[in-house]
Design a protein around this ligand. Structure first.
Ligand SMILES: Cc1cc2nc3c(=O)[nH]c(=O)nc-3n(C[C@H](O)[C@H](O)[C@H](O)COP(=O)(O)O)c2cc1C
Length: 358
């Protein structure tokens, strides 16, 4: 029997996780608990934060037109991503250095994901070794998020190591060729606290390659037999090019508004890309997903699954594994409720015609 959303669970600090019933309620207490520089690293965005706001606003521009008198007594939230079964269409987005938020870092994240029946995408900047994170993830093989660094041999090393460790896919982030102009980081460069390291990058931080093109993907594919996902695609023509180049999946994403401020909302990009590609490749999205209804909207617009970035880190901060588990349990409970009330008891029945522009 799955651990229900009602199960009372407490973080070691005494924060009652079961006081939280909306994902966004975790943000303020999490930020309060963190050192100022870490809170800034977690929340900081470039420019005016227009893309951050746009990601949220895009969800509010859709309304549901629910079916009634549908048998919803059996609701099935499961799907597959690149052939791997997950119990709910929510994965954990890759983010750097989980030890900043909790001593168990990515181990806690991977355990919470697996306990909820889903997978985590683990960053190149993971603060735990890939092998240990893979073991913590039990039956839910994580994906490895690759930052293609300027040193090709280091890129090869990372991919081969992820493959050997048993990761299920390579997820190349393509929206971060150069550093984003984040004023707070320019003013006060983020310094890793003692004990927090990029555990898989010998020799410390590496510069991202700035000369990648579509032609570069062939070399990447030659390094391992793992499926390749691109993260950070927003345009229909780029999505088509990805299909032409044999990419296996796309995460439609603007990096949570952390890279190019002024970029379009991920959800709007998803709608356009899904319509144009018409099922030829698996599509996922991230950016601004904060509720089960948000997940339902994204699935109805064509996402096979969504990913959550900051919400997982708020949970990690407040309760380690239990905190991430709480966030996933809230999303699961809300999605289950939304699907029942929509008359769409399975993910394939969550179709585009259930939505109309607000
Ligand atoms: C603190 C932080 C660090 C991140 N680090 C990475 C990273 O190392 N690699 C990557 O591809 N994306 C990274 N991201 C972006 C996330 O994968 C994801 O695209 C974004 O957080 C989704 O938006 P959301 O936070 O609104 O859910 C990071 C995001 C945050 C908030």
């Amino acid at each position: 029997m799955r651990r229900g959303v009602m199960a009372g669970r407490f973080a070691s600090s005494g924060t009652a996780l079961d006081q939280f019933w909306r994902v966004e309620e975790l943000e303020a207490p999490a930020r309060e608990r963190l050192a100022a520089a870490t809170a800034e690293f977690l929340s900081g965005v470039p420019g005016d934060g227009r893309t951050l706001s746009a990601n949220r606003a895009a969800f509010a521009r859709w309304q549901f037109e629910p079916h009634v008198l549908v048998d919803v007594s059996l609701r099935d939230l499961s799907t597959t991503v690149l052939g791997q079964r997950i119990e709910l269409p929510v994965m954990i987005a890759p983010s750097a250095l989980h030890r900043l938020y909790h001593p168990d870092g990515e181990l806690a994240t991977a355990r919470a994901a697996a306990a909820a029946g889903t997978l985590a995408v683990i960053s190149t900047s993971s603060s735990y070794p890939l092998e240990d994170v893979r073991a913590a993830a039990a039956d839910f093989a994580p994906w490895f998020q690759l930052y293609w660094v300027s040193d090709r041999e280091m890129t090869r090393y990372l991919v081969e190591r992820a493959h050997a460790a048993g990761f299920a896919a390579i997820c190349l982030t393509v929206d971060a060729a150069v550093p984003s102009w984040r004023e707070h980081e320019l003013r006060a460069p983020f310094v890793f606290p003692d004990g927090v390291i990029q555990a898989n990058l010998p020799g410390g931080p590496h510069v991202h390659a700035t000369d990648l093109t579509w032609e570069s993907l062939a070399w990447l594919r030659s390094l391992s037999p793992l499926p390749l996902v691109l993260k950070g695609v927003l345009r229909v023509d780029d999505a088509r090019r990805a299909v032409e180049h044999g990419v296996d999946g796309l995460i439609v994403s603007n990096h949570g508004g952390r890279q190019l401020d002024g970029s379009i909302a991920s959800l709007d990009a998803l709608a356009a890309v899904a319509e144009a590609l018409d099922g030829s490749i698996e599509l996922y999205m991230d950016g601004g997903v904060r509720s089960g209804s948000d997940v339902a909207v994204a699935v109805a617009l064509g996402a096979r699954a969504v990913l959550i970035g900051r919400p997982a880190l708020w949970g990690l901060t407040l309760g380690g594994e239990a905190g991430v588990a709480r966030v996933l349990a809230l999303l699961r409970g809300q999605l289950d409720s939304a699907m029942g009330l929509l008359g769409a008891p399975t993910l394939p029945s969550l179709t585009r015609d259930l939505l109309r522009p607000a």
